[in-house]
Design a protein around this ligand. Structure first.
Ligand code: PSU
Ligand code: MN
Length: 304
């Protein structure tokens, strides 16, 4: 078996070599989660914010068939160029990586693919907006994100603001339990629901980066356990869209998406919400990403 070649940016490589804290960042949020040009602004802002918080950002994506762990300035230009030209940027889950590398594709990596690549690079902490999970109506569609399986099998800590609000949150939490994924809410006992701080679902509370890292390290000492860990960090109060307010928009979006399935579904729903809420959902998304990054930085620093 040959190892998959990783294109680790010089900054990230230097940080790894010197034992500095590195934080992996997801890229499907850039290619498929946020509208253009906010997505490129986000990429620049979030990398700067990471450095402010004392960690080296490693945005992970695939560019022309290469697995990038951290982006060089020219990589950001390539990504930007592809977005401007409307070149195809794929949404790459873990199962898509083989063909993507073989065919020199480019794309954003989802939580499952980013976790796998981060782990291969030795990065243990990863920040995203919301994980994929069990979709509403799963009894019929069987739509359950590969993210759940990745969390069960790849030992990386994932910081998110809950699962995407468009999902069946209760069923997602049950699936995470079945797969043995530890799930903690940050300084609260309620699992947040992405745009809102509340979901009505109670999970275990965790209050410090130290406790997170300790629990994670002990889990790794179990021979038969290789799971990741999910830390759900509620969106800041001032950026929140209360559940009762966003829910009608979500239902509208789901209704409009009745003939869309597979991996096109999430981007469709997010785009629909961005339009129907006149950009409010995008603003909330950006705020929660920054907030997650700050927590991810604390954990990554604790890890070193
Ligand atoms: N949450 C968002 N925006 C996104 C995603 C999640 O707010 O773009 C992406 C993540 O990359 C996640 C993926 O891993 O959607 C899950 O997609 P699916 O439901 O098709 O598995
Ligand atoms: Mn799916």
């Amino acid at each position: 078996m040959k190892a998959i070649p990783l294109k680790i940016s010089s900054q990230v490589q230097k940080a790894i070599d010197s034992g500095k804290a590195v934080l992996a960042l997801e890229s499907t949020v850039i290619t498929h989660g946020l509208p253009y040009p906010q997505n490129i602004e986000y990429l620049n802002d979030i990398e700067a914010l990471a450095e402010e918080q004392g960690v080296i950002p490693a945005t992970i994506c695939v560019l022309n068939g290469e697995c990038c762990i951290g982006l060089e300035p020219q990589d950001i230009e390539i990504l930007k160029g592809k977005m401007q030209k409307g070149d195809e940027l794929h949404k790459l889950t873990l199962r898509d990586l083989g063909l993507a590398l073989a065919q020199k594709q480019s794309g954003g990596t989802t939580v499952s693919a980013t976790m796998a690549l981060a782990e291969m690079a030795g990065i243990k902490v990863f920040v995203t907006g919301g994980i994929g999970g069990v979709h509403r109506g799963w009894q019929e569609s069987r739509d359950i994100s590969l993210d759940i399986k990745a969390l069960a099998q790849i030992p990386v800590i994932v910081v998110c603001a809950g699962c995407k609000a468009i999902l069946d949150i209760g069923a997602t939490l049950e699936a995470l339990e079945t797969e043995g994924v530890p799930v903690y809410a940050w300084q609260t006992d309620e699992f947040p629901s992405f745009y809102s701080r509340k979901s009505g679902h109670i999970v275990s509370q965790i209050d410090s980066a130290k406790a997170i890292v300790q629990a994670f390290k002990i889990m790794q000492d179990f021979d038969k356990v290789h799971s990741g860990m999910l830390i759900a960090c509620p969106i800041p109060t001032q950026a929140e869209i209360p559940f009762e307010e966003i829910e009608p928009y979500i239902q509208q979006a789901i209704k409009a998406a009745s003939n869309i399935s597979g991996k096109a579904l999430t981007p469709y729903l997010l785009d629909h919400l961005a339009k129907s809420t006149e950009g409010r959902s995008v603003k909330a998304n950006l705020a929660l990403l920054e907030n997650n990054l700050k927590l991810g930085a604390l954990i990554a620093k604790e890890m070193t």
